[in-house]
Design a protein around this ligand. Structure first.
Ligand code: ATR
Length: 494
């Protein structure tokens, strides 16, 4: 179930949010603390106007909410509002039962709030929040909340892969607790939100306004990730990196899986420790994953097999489970070659100038070298150029001499980060001139057009952008993951 958190300041605003997102959600959480005081007074009528189950929540500042009232006032407003047709009411872990007895003019004796809710069939969520960590005794805390006969909810903040593992273990540690809500907040927690069912959580929260750190929009969670469709049989894939949430790969793989009706999900994992991630991969029976910076080298000690390209380049960007062993490949290598394969085969690319000698350059230079192309490497630091050139029998020079290499190559490949944020106005080789007959390959895909790309295009060169390589390498990963070709009728928006 996807639950939309409603943080509008008026009920009308919240009703509009419901309508905008209705297609993707199963229930909503009305956050009383975000409503104007006069709107709070009429909030009990809200559920009857939207035709979806509603969780009623009145969050205190210390739990990440906006309510600054004293506790007595807060609980009284919660009590009054809860008289509406809510499906669930959220009460924080530390609220004492004795504080939940209220005088009510309709009754002679004080009303026991919790009992009155249960009598009406309203379910109580007992919630625990921690914005700094995952508490060490998390399983004990959840069990204690559940022993009160309520739905336990923990919204905690993993700050490492080990914490993420602790949240995914909730399901096996506490499998007897049927209904529970587990939320990992912050960047590390995003995988727990998307794979909430694997944590044993009955629902996950989302919002179109990032109501909480790590919230994704209902449309993204439902249409891109289809996380409410995850079941026992779903194959889990992902991408590991640090940072990782900027990656476009989910937009390649998830629509691909959906198009071929393959029961699989592909999610980003922020990973500080590769070793810990491999533990999680065993736990979740992850079938394969992409690897991005800074782990392309770090994963190698954990791989049972690697391809020749991984060995040569020293970097692995794709890991798949094959017969209970992890196999590492490098699809950057083949993804780079895909748009120029024909030209190489026809002999129209025999020489190449590669700008840069970093990680991306290694895949490019080795791919060209292995296909008989004569490579010259230009790099800011001569030493790095010398090293890569030595391994691949290439020539090398510094960027300062770029003008000497004008109009001499069939192919020019730009592999440095110059042209990307924050250097979007810079060209790494302003003195290098184009003849217009060469093919120019820019590996940067964001922005789509760098100054180098534009200059080559204006000179009449055939220009290839980084998005093409990104897509090609993604399609090859998809084949490695699923065993199927990438569906040709899909055009991923990367
Ligand atoms: P990637 O994995 O994306 O290739 P990298 O390994 O850090 O990243 O390599 C970055 C490349 O961009 C290197 O060739 C780097 O040159 P140095 O080896 O001299 O550092 C190049 N690069 C980065 N910033 C640059 C700049 N301002 N001018 C020229 N080259 C730059």
């Amino acid at each position: 179930m996807l639950c939309l958190t409603l943080t509008g300041s008026t009920l009308e605003e919240n009703r509009n949010l419901v309508e905008q997102n209705r297609a993707w959600i199963s229930l909503v959480e009305l956050r009383l603390d975000h409503l104007h005081a006069d709107e709070q007074k009429i909030a009990s009528s809200f559920p009857s106007t939207i035709d979806l189950p509603v969780i009623l929540t009145f969050r205190r500042k210390i739990d990440g909410g906006e309510c600054t009232l004293n506790e007595k006032q807060r609980l009284e407003i919660l009590y009054e509002t809860a008289k509406g047709d809510f499906a669930y009411v959220d009460i924080e872990e530390d609220v004492k039962r004795s504080d939940l007895k209220f005088k009510d003019p309709l009754f002679e004796q004080k009303v026991d709030f919790e009992r009155s809710l249960r009598d009406r069939g309203v379910r109580i969520i007992r919630s625990l929040h921690d914005f700094s960590c995952v508490p060490a005794d998390i399983y004990g805390r959840i069990a204690k909340l559940a022993s009160k006969g309520d739905i336990p909810k923990v919204a905690v903040t993993p700050t490492s892969m080990i914490d993420v593992i602790a949240l995914f273990r909730v399901q096996s540690e506490l499998s007897s607790i049927q209904d529970k809500i587990i939320v990992g907040m912050g960047d590390y927690g995003i995988c727990t939100r998307l794979l909430y069912k694997k944590c044993g959580s009955m629902l996950t929260f989302c919002s179109s306004t990032q109501a909480q750190l790590g919230h994704l929009s209902p449309q993204v969670m439902s249409e891109l990730y289809r996380c409410d469709k995850v079941n026992e049989k779903t194959h889990v894939f992902g991408v590991i990196g640090n940072p990782v949430h900027h990656t476009s790969s989910p937009k390649i793989h998830n629509p691909g899986f959906e198009a071929i009706h393959y029961n699989a999900i592909y999610v980003p994992f922020l990973v500080d420790s590769v070793r810990a991630f491999f533990k999680l991969a065993e736990m979740l029976q992850i079938h394969g994953f992409s690897v991005t910076v800074p782990h392309k080298r770090n994963v190698q000690p954990y791989l049972g097999r690697i391809t020749r390209e991984v060995k040569q380049i020293g970097a692995c960007n794709t890991v798949v489970r094959i017969q209970n062993m992890w196999k590492g490949t490098n699809t950057d290598y083949y993804g780079f070659l895909a748009p120029i394969n024909d030209q190489i085969a026809q002999g129209t690319i025999k020489t190449a100038l590669v700008i840069g000698a970093g990680g991306a350059s290694r895949a490019v230079v080795w791919a060209l070298h292995n296909h008989g192309v004569k490579v010259t490497i230009l790099n800011r630091s001569l030493e790095k150029a010398r090293q890569l050139a030595g391994e691949t029998m290439s020539s090398f020079d510094t960027l300062d001499h770029a003008n000497l290499y004008s109009k001499k190559f069939d192919l020019i490949v730009q592999t440095t980060s110059v042209g990307m944020q924050p250097n979007v106005d810079l060209d790494p080789v302003p003195s290098l001139e184009f003849s217009g007959t060469e093919t120019v390959y820019e590996l940067i895909y964001q922005p789509r057009e760098t100054p180098f790309f534009t200059r080559a295009s204006e000179a009449g060169c055939r220009v290839i952008g980084g998005a093409e390589m990104l897509l090609e390498q993604g399609k090859l990963q998809f084949e490695a993951f699923s065993g199927y070709h990438y569906p040709h009728w899909i055009q991923p928006e990367i």
